[in-house]
Design a protein around this ligand. Structure first.
Ligand SMILES: Nc1nc2c(ncn2[C@@H]2O[C@H](COP(=O)(O)OP(=O)(O)OP(=O)(O)O)[C@@H](O)[C@H]2O)c(=O)[nH]1
Length: 203
């Protein structure tokens, strides 16, 4: 994909701050196609969005493996007990750094992700009504929040929700104007949480 294929006014934010407790090792560093999963996710994001940010409570762990021009955001991500706040808070903190109208939010652990669908979906953003705050794949029980598009201005309602103790993406999205991305091949969105799931990924 050429640089000119990127959707204007779209940056990407990649979440790399989970505990990977079910996997037992850092999912961002799992090797796929000869590179860490996070590196691959950044490269895919770079093919359709600019700039690409990675937000993590431990950014130094990833500095050496990021492609050129990707930028790290240090997340303040632990409460007094040392637990991370989860992806919704990471997203909100990352969003404060962003100045483009739209952001592509991605989990770092999407081993089946491909650039072409993201690029095609990004090209639909301009046709969305101004009132649409997010453009996401749907699944039978709700939205797929960690592979989709958000307007930067959703930050205001997100911060209010978090200040009231909210931590659930699905609960927050149920109060927002979200449009479904049409005709999503759901196999692209497979996320990999356990060793058993990881062993089934074709490499
Ligand atoms: N920046 C950031 N990313 C997070 C945080 N929690 C989860 N994520 C990311 O969100 C995505 C989905 O995470 P999960 O698989 O639900 O959780 P996980 O903590 O990575 O894994 P488990 O410990 O097994 O639940 C992954 O890309 C994680 O790196 C967080 O507190 N901050």
């Amino acid at each position: 994909m050429e640089k000119s294929d990127r959707t204007p006014n779209l940056c990407a934010l990649i979440l790399a701050g989970g505990k990977s407790s079910r996997m037992g090792r850092d999912k961002a560093l799992l090797p796929l196609e000869g590179k860490p999963l996070l590196t691959r996710t950044c490269q895919i994001a770079q093919s359709c969005a600019n700039p690409v940010w990675v937000i993590s409570p431990w950014p130094e762990r990833y500095r050496e493996i990021l492609p050129a021009n990707c930028q790290l955001i240090q997340e303040v991500a632990t409460d007094s007990g040392g637990a991370t706040h989860g992806p919704l808070v990471g997203f909100a903190q990352g969003l404060t750094q962003i100045t483009t109208e739209w952001v592509l939010l991605l989990a770092c652990d999407l081993p089946q992700l491909q650039p072409e669908p993201l690029q095609q979906w990004g090209q639909l953003l301009d046709a969305l009504p101004e009132s649409t705050l997010a453009f996401l794949p749907q699944h039978p029980k709700g939205w797929e929040p960690l592979c989709g598009f958000y307007r930067q201005r959703c930050l205001t309602s997100l911060q209010t929700f978090i200040a009231q103790g909210g931590r659930s993406f699905q609960a927050w999205l149920s109060t927002q104007n979200v449009q479904p991305i049409p005709q999503v091949d759901r196999s692209l969105l497979l996320n990999c949480n356990t060793q058993e799931e990881w062993q089934q990924i074709e490499r």
